[in-house]
Design a protein around this ligand. Structure first.
Ligand code: ATP
Length: 290
């Protein structure tokens, strides 16, 4: 296991528990009145239009902006009292590794352990094994000595995921992990996330590309204008999107459906890519480079 369930949380204790929370900047709320509980092992996709407050919400959980209202309990501890930030793994938005500093994949992944290790303690054999396991989980175990500047954008994203995993976080927060990555590399990243989900890693994934995460996500939370506008299963979300599109269709063209409807009432134009598919991308990411 690269990441593990918290030893201090029981299954009934949410990993993240927000009650009417507002986060924002300079005293001004951006994500407002958010109530949300994420349980250990859950994989939650956070959706919403640009500027709806998704990044503000996840950055708030990391203590990177102002907590303005409500109660935020993270890993059983009020946010303000959570001193061991390494328990939350973070893969930032649209971030690749700069080529200005030469570092190997191994070195970059190992920096993920710095926050959780006292400065005077050198890396142990166990730390090195954790780095290796993190690299293996993202399919880069054979590239540990490569200069990160020589890797593709998709591979660099995987290095950043491995860096977060190297701290053995209880929760992994990813901000648009598949954005700006070509389709083949999206598949590889989705396979990595599928593998992490199989390991029981709790994940909160900000994304605009839900179809890429089909079969991985347990739950969808949608934000609109700083507020939570949907919270439910992928199926319920797809059904809602389908009924929205049916209503639009009926409004625009009378009562005729212009596309096939399945017996269960779902249709193929739900726009989410979630209906009618099994989880993709089982198995190994080895041999699929990007
Ligand atoms: N550092 C900041 N200081 C002040 N305001 C900010 C800051 N970052 C974001 N905002 C404001 O918060 C609003 C919501 O931004 P946020 O990044 O949370 O949205 P988002 O849903 O993540 O959007 P996107 O999909 O584009 O990443 C923005 O309209 C912006 O005005």
């Amino acid at each position: 296991m690269t990441a593990q369930a918290s030893t201090t949380s029981t299954p009934t204790t949410p990993a993240i528990d927000l009650r009417r929370v507002s986060f924002g900047y300079a005293g001004k709320p951006v994500a407002e009145d958010v109530s949300l509980a994420i349980h250990p092992g859950e994989v939650v996709a956070l959706l919403g239009p640009n500027g709806s407050g998704k990044s503000t919400l996840v950055r708030g959980l990391l203590g990177l902006n102002d907590h303005l209202a409500g109660e935020a309990i993270v890993l059983g501890t009020p946010l303000a009292d959570l001193h061991d930030r390494s328990r939350l793994g973070y893969v930032p938005q649209r971030h690749t590794l700069s080529g200005s500093v030469r570092s190997t994949v191994r070195e970059v992944i190992a920096t993920g352990q710095l926050a959780s290790r006292p400065w005077w303690r050198r890396a142990t054999q166990e730390d090195r094994e954790t780095v290796h396991r993190a690299a293996d989980t993202v399919g880069l175990a054979d590239r540990l000595e490569a200069d990160v500047a020589t890797l593709s954008g998709g591979q660099q994203r995987r290095v950043l995921i491995a860096r977060a995993l190297a701290a053995q976080p209880d929760v992994l927060i990813m901000d648009e992990p598949t954005a700006g990555v070509d389709a083949a590399n999206q598949d590889v990243l989705a396979a990595v996330m599928h593998r992490l989900a199989g390991l029981g890693v709790t994940m909160l994934i900000v994304t605009h590309e839900l179809a890429a995460l089909r079969g991985i996500v347990d739950r969808i939370v949608e934000m609109d204008s700083g507020h939570v506008s949907f919270d439910g299963t992928p199926l319920a979300y797809a059904e809602r999107q389908a009924s929205v599109s049916r209503a639009a269709d009926a409004g625009g063209h009378g009562h005729h459906h212009h596309y096939d409807e399945h017996e269960d009432g779902t249709d193929e134009r739900d726009g989410t890519g979630l209906v009618g598919g099994m989880g993709p991308l089982d198995g190994s990411v080895e041999g699929r480079t990007g």
